[in-house]
Structures are given as C-alpha cells and as structure tokens.
Design a protein around this ligand. Structure first.
Ligand SMILES: NC(=O)c1ccc[n+]([C@@H]2O[C@H](COP(=O)([O-])OP(=O)(O)OC[C@H]3O[C@@H](n4cnc5c(N)ncnc54)[C@H](OP(=O)(O)O)[C@@H]3O)[C@@H](O)[C@H]2O)c1
Length: 262
C-alpha cells in the first residue's frame, strides 16, 4: 500500500533531510514551502534517487488561507496522507521590547497556528490510514524560557505541549505523535532568525542535519513521544529538569548575551 507524507519547510535544512529519510523508506511525498524553484529541485532529486512520487505545493504558510490552500491542493491531487511533518519554522533574536510586531505575528503563525490547524485539518486523512504519524519539529528551546528569543522559545514550548497532549489523546489509536526536539543545527535557520554567531553554535550540543533527521524519522516510526537527538543534548535536557526555571532563564539569557557581544 502506498504511503504519502506531507512535509512543511522541505526546501532546505531539517525538513529537506527528513524528506530524504521518508523517500529512502519508500514513502511518496508532498513538499510545502515558499520557493517553487527550490521545491522543484528537491522533488526532482528525491524522485530520481528514490523512485518515489513527489508533489509540491508552493505556499507562504503565514498567509491567512494557507492551511485551506494546502488541504485543497491535496484534494485536487487526490492524495490522502499517512504522515504529517510540521517542520517549517522561524525564530527571531533580540529584546522583546524592540521586537517587530509583524515579525512576531508571522513567527507565531508559522510555528504555532499552522501546525495546529494543519493537524486539525488533516487528522481525518490520518484516521483513515492503517498506521499514521504526526511529527512536530519543536526544539530544545521548548524546555525552558528563552530571554532574547522569547517568542521563539514560547512557540516551541507550545509545539511540545500540543504534541504531548495529542499523543495522550490518540493513545490506543493507529496514530502516533512525536515531538522532535533538536539542539542547535547549522541550517538556514540561523540567518533567517538573526542568530548568526550565537554562543549555542559554539557548544558541543551542535548536531548535523542528517543525524537529526535520521534520529527523528526512526523515533517517529517507533511512536516515541519526545525525541531529543544527541546524547549531550539529552543530558542537558535531563539536568535542566532539576534546575528552577528562573535559573534556566538566566542561563539562556547569558548565552544569548554572549552572542550579542560577539
Ligand atoms: N536549525 C536549528 O538550530 C534548529 C534547532 C531546533 C529546532 N529547529 C526547528 O527546525 C525546523 C526547521 O528549521 P531549519 O533549521 O531546517 O530551518 P531552515 O533551514 O531555515 O528551513 C526552514 C524551512 O521552512 C520553510 N519556510 C520558512 N518560512 C516559510 C513560510 N512562511 N511558508 C512556508 N515555508 C516556509 C523554508 O523554505 P522557503 O524559504 O522555501 O519557504 C525552509 O524549507 C524549524 O521549526 C526550527 O524551529 C531548528
């Protein structure tokens, strides 16, 4: 039986690497992002290499009707999906007081509203499948407050919370929900999120994108609820559970300030 995964943010970075994992495992793909030319390049590479069917939907997910557009395109293509990967996301860096209102709004739309609505809209597809998967790309940022990236960290805390709640609601069904929570990964994210030179990127927590995608895909197939790639990142998350959140916020703030000074 053919299986199709829909992946948002699949033109580069973690989404692109996840798409390759699905393709190698024999899944067909529907890839979503803004840049039609890049989507086409990725689609050609993956369909040629893995022999799978790859459809693309070029769409700015921060648009008001984006989720309806994506769901409508799936209907037009006659595709029912068996996996939904909510990966597209962006951050922003700097003091909240000086942040840009429209940028914050777009970030919340992309990181919070779109995954929520896309999941709600496409759940009927997943309920029809023999076995189905939701993979939400959260972040290590989900586990503590993030001064100087306050909105981004809060959006990722939402992603983790939503994932864990849905996983509990869907327990005993054929749908599993996994929150993938990577530490820092060098991708286009740093430029898009104004965080080049971040101190976090100079720590041993940095992982490469292929390792993160391979790990996330494997844990998704096993139905793991929270997947944290990298032993060091897992230790950091574990130790963080014993530190008061006020202190954790102070640690993140100091890390962010070091970046701001460099
Ligand atoms: N990199 C890290 O250190 C890191 C760590 C933890 C978690 N994450 C999370 O991992 C996810 C992927 O990030 P990444 O590192 O792979 O970032 P990336 O390299 O910047 O890739 C982002 C992807 O999202 C797409 N995208 C961005 N804005 C969009 C929009 N408005 N509408 C539709 N698609 C959009 C981009 O494609 P187009 O430009 O073609 O639209 C691109 O394919 C994000 O949710 C991020 O928060 C990243």
């Amino acid at each position: 039986m053919e299986k199709t995964a829909l992946i948002t943010g699949a033109t580069q970075g973690i989404g692109r690497a996840l798409a390759a994992q699905f393709a190698e495992a024999g899944w067909n793909l529907v890839l979503v992002a803004r840049r039609a030319d890049r989507l086409q390049e990725v689609a050609t590479t993956l369909s040629t290499g893995a022999g799978c069917r790859v459809d693309t939907i070029a769409c700015d997910l921060t648009g008001d009707r984006a989720v309806d557009t994506v769901a409508g395109e799936l209907d037009n293509l006659g595709i029912r999906i068996g996996a939904l990967v909510n990966n597209a996301g962006v951050g922003d860096t700097g003091p909240f007081a000086r942040s840009n209102r429209n940028r914050n709004r777009a970030m919340i739309q992309l990181n919070v509203t779109v995954p929520t609505e896309l999941t709600w809209r496409l759940l009927p597809h997943l309920q029809e499948a023999e076995r189905a998967y939701i993979l939400n790309v959260a972040s290590i940022a989900a586990f503590q407050p993030g001064p100087l990236m306050a909105v981004y960290y809060a959006t990722k805390a939402y992603a983790l919370s939503l994932s864990e709640a849905l996983a509990a609601e869907l327990r005993g069904t054929r749908i599993s929900v996994t929150a993938l929570c990577p530490g820092p990964v060098r991708t286009g994210f740093q430029v898009a999120s104004n965080m080049e030179g971040a101190a976090l990127l100079k720590t041993p927590l940095v992982a490469d994108v292929q390792t993160v995608a391979r790990y996330g895909f494997r844990k998704m197939l096993r139905g793991k609820r929270v997947a944290v790639p990298g032993a060091r990142v897992r230790v950091a998350v574990f130790l963080g559970k014993f530190v008061p959140r006020r202190l954790l916020a102070g640690i993140v703030k100091r890390l962010q300030e070091r970046r701001n000074q460099s």
